[in-house]
Structures are given as C-alpha cells and as structure tokens.
Design a protein around this ligand. Sequence first.
Ligand SMILES: NC(=O)c1ccc[n+]([C@@H]2O[C@H](COP(=O)([O-])OP(=O)(O)OC[C@H]3O[C@@H](n4cnc5c(N)ncnc54)[C@H](OP(=O)(O)O)[C@@H]3O)[C@@H](O)[C@H]2O)c1
Length: 242
Amino acid sequence: MNKTALITGAARRVGKAMALHLASQGWNIAIHYNSSDAEARLLVDELISVYPKQQFELFKADLNLPEEVELLIPQVIQKMKSLDLLINNASVFEPAKLGGTTTGFLDRQMNVNFKAPFILTRNFAQLLKSGVIVNFVDTRIVTNQSNFAAYSISKKALWELTKMAALEFGPDIRVNAIAPGLTLPPEEKGEDYLLKLAEKIAMKSPGGLDPILKSLDYILNNDYLTGQLLFCDGGENLGIKI
Ligand SMILES: NC(=O)c1ccc[n+]([C@@H]2O[C@H](COP(=O)([O-])OP(=O)(O)OC[C@H]3O[C@@H](n4cnc5c(N)ncnc54)[C@H](OP(=O)(O)O)[C@@H]3O)[C@@H](O)[C@H]2O)c1
C-alpha cells in the first residue's frame, strides 16, 4: 500500500518540490496550505493527472491559530485513512532585531515556526503507532545574529523539540531535522541575491532544491537515524571565509 505524507506549506517553493518528489516515489500527499489557494489547487490537479492511482488532498489551516493546528492531523487521518510522514515545512521569515520585536511579532514567528510543529508532532505521536517526522530549521540556528531574531529563536526551539521528540517517541517514531542554507531567494529578491551571499561560504554557491530532496531521501531511507540535523547549506554553518 502507498504511504502517506503530510507536508505543511506545500503549495509553493520547497514544500511543492517535496510534494512532487515524494509523489514520484509513490507517496500519497496531504497538501497543507494557508493563503496559496490557487497554487495548491493547481498542484493537486497536476499530481492527480500524473499519478492517477495515488491520493492527493488539500488541507487549509492557518498555523498561526493553534485551534486550526489542532484539527489538522485528525482531518488528514480521517480523509487519507493513514499517515506515515509529517514534514513541518511551513514557516514565516520576517526580519527584526530583538529591540524591534514586538510581542505580536514574536507570537507569529513562534506560533507558525515552533508551536504548530509542536502540536502536530504531539498529535502525530498520540494518534499514530509509527512514522517519521522531518522538521525544517535553518542553518542560522548555529549563530547569534539578531537580524531575524524571533525567526532564529523559533528555529532553535524547533531543533530542541526535534531531539526531545526523537528520544520520547522512539523507536516507533523517528524525528530528524533539515537545516537549509542558501536555497531559494525570498520572493521579492532574485537569484543574484543568493549568489552574492554565497561568495563567502565554503561551497561558494547556493544549493537550490536538490540538496534538500537528497537529505529528505536520506532520512526516509535510513531506519536507524533519529534526533539528527542534516545541514543543506554548503558549509555555511562553519562560518564565513576570510
Ligand atoms: N528558502 C530558503 O532559502 C530557506 C533557507 C533556510 C531555511 N529554510 C526553511 O525551509 C522551509 C521551506 O522554505 P521556503 O522558502 O519554501 O518557505 P516559505 O516560502 O517562506 O514558506 C512556506 C509556506 O509556509 C506557509 N505559511 C506561512 N505562514 C503560514 C501560516 N500562518 N499558516 C500556514 N502556513 C503558513 C505558506 O503557505 P501559504 O503560501 O499557503 O500561505 C508558505 O507558502 C522553511 O521552514 C524555511 O524556514 C528555507
């Protein structure tokens, strides 16, 4: 029987790439989205036409609202009948130093990037006997740069959750994290933006989607891997070249 994955924020960018990738390997996909209604519908139509024997369903939820997050895993299980993989990919990435971070701003970063994965992980473990969870953090978690202070703290917390959940929910549920670096430029910026930033990292170029998809495959294919962090950052976590 085909396995089923829930990918949060799957309508666009990294989430969409993972949906297409897993679908090509025979997975059924629960496509979570929030505001990207049109993109999500286009994606589901494309997947159904290419893989007509697999199941693809849309699930809308605002991950800034814990009451909507609470419903997501039960809704997916009800509609898809099973769930084997949760990918916590959805994220908000907004700049502000500590001094400029209001409590409302902090709440939004923590709700979407940390609290939602926390609730989804707990519900996954409560409702399912086994499976795999993959959390998307960021190579920034090794630094103390504060230009995206609340975002960075939310991702540091998500990495701590990854390890704690791996210990508590093993051996039936494996929990690992992927830390992308220079992958896709923010929407309003072009590829030049990443090329410039990449000049000082070990690999001297942005990674694109391929390292992420390879890391996802590695996690899925390695049954003994849990509580681990795979950096997909061309060595950015090592620091910058001088
Ligand atoms: N891109 C990079 O270079 C990079 C670098 C380091 C780390 N990462 C991490 O890798 C992951 C994927 O990156 P990405 O650039 O593809 O992410 P992204 O485009 O910034 O966000 C992915 C999705 O998150 C969803 N989202 C945001 N707020 C939400 C909310 N309130 N409720 C529900 N969903 C919400 C959005 O869904 P809708 O569009 O449907 O609203 C969005 O499409 C993220 O966790 C990111 O932090 C990425």
